[in-house]
Structure formats: C-alpha cells, structure tokens
Ligand binder design. Structure first.
Ligand code: Q0Z
Length: 306
C-alpha cells in the first residue's frame, strides 16, 4: 500500500516477491484506473484485479440525490462481504480481499477477481413488486412461469421464482425466457444460474426472516473464472440490489415500506418534485434517519455493530 493510498499494477513493472506470503505489486503515485462508473458505485482496474468502490450516494425513484448518506457505502460493502461469507458453501465468489484496498476507500471497497461477466441479471423473487408485478399484471406470468390468479402488489409467491433479465447497455432491462437464457449462455450454465440464484435467495430470505426482515427479491450477477467455473460477483443481498421490507409492517395489496429508503420517499413525496433530475437536497434530519436505517439493517442481519 502506498502512503497516498494508491497502488499500481504489475504491468508498470514492480517487484514481485515470489515464494513469500505477499506479492508486492504497488508503488506510490500511480492510481488504479477507473473502468466503470455506475449511479452509486465505481469499478477500478488494478492489474489483474478489479476494485469495486461503493459511494455514499443514494437514488430515489432512480434519481441520484445531490446529498450523500454518510456511511452508506461502508455499510453496504460490509453487508455484501458478510453475505459472501455466509454463502461460500452455495457458490464461489469474486472476493479477494475486503481490506487490501487503497486507504482512502477503506471499508467501502472490495478487491475482486476480474471475471468474464455474464450479460444477464439473475433475479429471484419471493414477493411481487417492481417489474415482476408489472409482468404479472399484464400476462399472469413472469419469465414464462405462470402464477396463481388474484395476487397483488406485495403478495408472497407460492415458491420463489427465477426471473432473469437482459443487461441493457441503455434503457430498460427486458425479461428473458429460459430459452432466451439458454441461447445466451448455454443450457448447462443457464440451469446452474437458476439453481444457484434460487438457493442464494432461499438462504438469504430464511436468514433475514429469522431477524424480522423480508427479502422480496434480489438481483445477482455472475461471471466465469478462467477455468470456466461459475462465480458470484458484484454485490450480494444489499438494499441496492434487493428489496428489504420490515416483516412487522408487511401487508399485501399495497406498496410496501422499504427498510432503507422509506424516509427519503416519504419526505420527497411531500415536495414539489417531478421525480426527474436534478433531485432535491436532503435535509439533515432526513439524512440522519436514513443513515440510521442502513445501520439498523446491517445490525439486525449480521448481529454486528455498524
Ligand atoms: C461488475 C458494476 C460497479 C458499476 C462489471 N468481478 C468482476 N469482474 C469483472 N467485471 C465485474 C466484476 Cl464484479 C463487473 N460490474 C457492475 C459495479 C460499478 C458497475 F461497482 N460490471
């Protein structure tokens, strides 16, 4: 680790201490390279690794607000790391280290193996909300799974369902059928994606339910290691990739209260804002309440202090 927190890659020509416990790959002054910037996270390349950094930015109704939520990036990163650890017997993951990261990102970054990412979002749903609800209302099905009639917003599904979508470069992700998925990644990988996605959801939902939290749905991303092994990547079972609802307040046939963003939604609903960018500045009491919700979620799930 360089004193300024930056590190560089082997291609810049640095010492490789082989046969020792560590490989020194970094020297001062050369930053890692930004390869992808998302709404609330950034992805950097560092030699053969990637470093994923979660910011404190927050989005409401798909708009990133100008005010950060202090601590959010750390809480979501630590939650994701915790889940990866809980799931190691289900699926291998991309984590190399949660601590061997540039100092300025300590706690909010994960060093990961760089994978060949599969161009699909693997979603498991246990309750009806969002795009799953929209598809059901239109067709009575989601991704060619027929659901019983009479379900509404927030309804629990008889069984969790796998509802993959395309990863659109621009615009909206589209639902895929199982045949679409098999054509894209091959029948063997497609079957494995469905099995693992449902197993991750079932494990996560059972654990969360025991702590009073419903996980309505979750989005997973996978990649292939050089040897062809399927690897769980990106973030896992965070409130930015999943819907978390307080079990005590769950009621079907209405929008559910979100454990993390309800304060922001309730507050912004009272504003004269058309839900288009730029979003409104968040007052400090709403920041504090939102921050407390992220911390509460982390503590309830993990039994650790945030
Ligand atoms: C993750 C994403 C983020 C924007 C690519 N292990 C990996 N290897 C190669 N690529 C990825 C990963 Cl996780 C990868 N994303 C999603 C993350 C910011 C987009 F932090 N895209």
């Amino acid at each position: 680790m360089a004193p300024d927190g930056t590190r560089t890659s082997p291609r810049y020509g640095v010492r490789h201490v082989t046969g020792a416990a560590v490989t020194v790959r970094f020297f001062p002054g050369v930053p890692v390279e930004l390869v992808h910037s998302g709404k609330v996270r950034e992805l950097y390349a560092d030699g053969d690794d990637i470093v994923m950094v979660a910011s404190d930015r927050v989005s409401v109704y798909d708009v990133v607000l100008p005010t950060p939520i202090p601590g959010k990036g750390v809480v979501l990163t630590q939650l994701s790391l915790w889940w990866f650890g809980q799931l190691t017997d289900v699926i291998a993951n991309h984590v190399i280290s949660g601590s061997d990261v540039p100092a300025q990102w300590a706690g909010r970054a994960i060093r990961c193996r760089r994978l060949r990412m599969l161009p699909v979002e693997c979603i498991a749903r246990g309750y009806l909300a969002g795009l799953g609800l929209a598809a059901y209302n239109e067709t009575g099905t989601i991704c060619d799974v027929r659901l019983p009639p009479g379900l509404g917003e927030g309804s629990r599904l008889p069984e969790p369902v796998f509802t993959p979508t395309t990863k659109a470069a621009a615009g909206h992700d589209e639902p895929m059928t199982r045949a679409d998925l098999a054509a894209l990644v091959g029948a063997r990988v497609a079957a494995e994606l469905e099995r693992v996605t449902l197993e991750v959801y079932r494990r996560g939902a059972a654990l969360a339910a025991a702590r009073g939290i419903l996980i309505a749905d979750t989005k997973l991303e996978f990649g292939l290691a050089p040897d062809g092994a399927l690897v769980l990547a990106d973030e896992v079972l965070t409130p930015d990739s999943s819907r978390f609802w307080p079990a005590s307040q769950w009621q079907p046939n209405r929008p559910q209260r979100s454990l993390d963003k309800q304060f922001l939604r309730d507050w912004s609903a009272g504003l004269d804002w058309d839900r288009k960018p730029p979003g409104p500045v968040i007052p400090s009491d709403v920041v504090a309440a939102t921050r407390a919700r992220y911390q509460e979620l982390y503590t309830r799930l993990t039994d650790r202090n945030a």
